[in-house]
Ligand binder design. Structure first.
Ligand code: NAD
Length: 259
């Protein structure tokens, strides 16, 4: 299926590892020039160089999404390297594992709830503010936000992280309405528990009965493969999804359902 996005320029946050890394590779394989960013520089440089080695266009830039100036610089660097930005995929995220009860957390510190909100929610505001300007000028754009099914269903722990992520759902609908007149779509992808590198390690450490209890919450009785959400992202940023906007779509084996 031709996605119709060859030649577009994408900026992707949190792309050094996990699903962000996979999104970067998939879009590059479609002929998109991908500007990758993260705070883990060695891993990010490796992602970009692997894409270049197989003939794709990719560059890595350090960017802390919580910092407004850092996001401005990232978008400017991406534009200078590849041209005006048409696609923004917000993957960068911060959480504590295992997730604490909210009442056991604190506002300050590197994993306090202020920092979690700054990375998970304000980071997407910062990136949208800079990247959508290029999309408005081009009269074409795609915004994708990574939330979480825990933000849709609520969880007994991780309220700092899931609460911040749930803010993306409302922000997304506002962006979809505000920017539709410029031919820009905005959508949220919502993973369930997905077997990215860190979760594979977590599952190995958990007692089997705990894993079994977690699996019982998934109608399909399996956790996500890290490729499944990036598959949806590729479609959402494509020309095929031009009439699809303002939605939150779960890819989680039925963990969260809504009509
Ligand atoms: N893995 C899961 O089970 C799962 C479940 C639900 C939702 N999600 C969401 O899906 C997305 C991808 O998840 P994942 O597990 O592949 O990756 P992840 O959540 O481990 O991290 C994504 C990336 O964000 C980067 N990051 C952290 N702070 C940053 C900052 N201040 N600025 C820029 N980058 C920063 C990290 O270095 C990392 O590379 C995330 O948004 C995550 O919240 C994941």
């Amino acid at each position: 299926m031709d996605l119709g996005i060859a030649g577009k320029v994408a900026v992707i946050t949190g792309a050094s590892l996990g699903m962000g890394r996979i999104v970067a590779g998939m879009l590059a394989d479609e002929g998109v020039s991908v500007a990758i960013s993260d705070i883990k520089d060695d891993a990010g440089e490796r992602v970009a160089s692997e894409i270049r080695d197989r003939g794709g266009k990719a560059a890595y830039f350090h960017c802390d999404v919580a910092d407004f100036d850092s996001t401005a610089k990232f978008v400017a660097d991406a534009r200078r390297e590849f041209g005006p930005v048409g696609i923004l995929v917000n993957v960068a995220s911060l959480y504590v594992q295992p997730s604490p009860r909210f009442m056991d957390t604190r506002p300050d510190g590197p994993t306090g709830w202020r920092r979690i909100i700054e990375v998970c929610l304000l980071g997407a505001y910062n990136m949208t503010y800079h990247a959508a300007r290029d999309m408005i000028e081009q009269k074409w754009g795609r915004l994708v936000y990574f939330a979480s099914d825990g933000a849709r269903s609520g969880e007994p722990d991780g309220g700092d992280h899931y609460g911040a992520k749930s803010g993306l759902l409302g922000f997304n609908m506002c962006m979809a309405r505000e920017l539709a007149r410029h031919n820009i779509t905005a959508n949220v992808v919502s993973p369930g528990f997905t077997l990215t590198e860190h979760n594979v390690e977590l599952v190995k450490k958990l007692p089997p009965d705990v894993v079994e209890k977690m699996l019982r919450r998934y109608p399909m009785r399996k956790f996500g493969d890290p490729i499944e959400v990036p598959n949806l992202v590729s479609f959402l940023v494509s020309e095929k999804a031009r009439y699809l906007t303002g939605q939150t779509i779960s890819v989680s084996g039925g963990y969260f359902m809504s009509s």
